[in-house]
Design a protein. Structure first.
Length: 133
């Protein structure tokens, strides 16, 4: 036990960084894999199919896609909140019509984002059924 502690004290900073990065990467891949397994099996469960093969890279890709979409959604909502609060300050300081223009801009950005998500989900439905849009 004392030998391990002595070895850790004499480790270079590069060795510690690479070890920590490797552990963080393995943890992230494990979380993405678990989320992907859950999503894929829940989707297949709707059709009564049970997937028993656990070594599929699809699980990590699905988990990564889910993470990207959730992060994008949170970022857009955070931006919209920040943008709307900025617009509210504009309403308090400037003319009414200028503020209405900003509010319409916020609405257009939100509608565009929702339309993009609907297109992604709709094309996924067509791909699942074997049809082409």
């Amino acid at each position: 036990m004392a030998v391990e502690e002595n070895q850790r004290e004499h480790e270079s900073w590069w060795d510690r960084i690479t070890r920590d990065l490797a552990v963080s990467f393995a943890t992230a891949m494990g979380v993405l894999y678990a989320v992907g397994v859950l999503i894929v099996n829940l989707d297949l469960g709707r059709y009564g199919v049970v997937a028993v093969d656990l070594a599929r890279p699809e699980y990590v890709m699905v988990g990564l896609l889910w993470t990207v979409l959730v992060t994008l959604t949170i970022a857009v909502l955070w931006f919209m909140f920040w943008f709307v609060s900025d617009v509210m300050r504009l309403i308090a300081r400037s003319e009414y019509f200028a503020a209405i223009g900003w509010a319409v801009g916020v609405l257009v950005v939100l509608v565009f984002y929702l339309l993009v998500l609907m297109v992604i989900c709709d094309s996924h439905d067509f791909a699942r059924r074997g049809e082409h849009p």
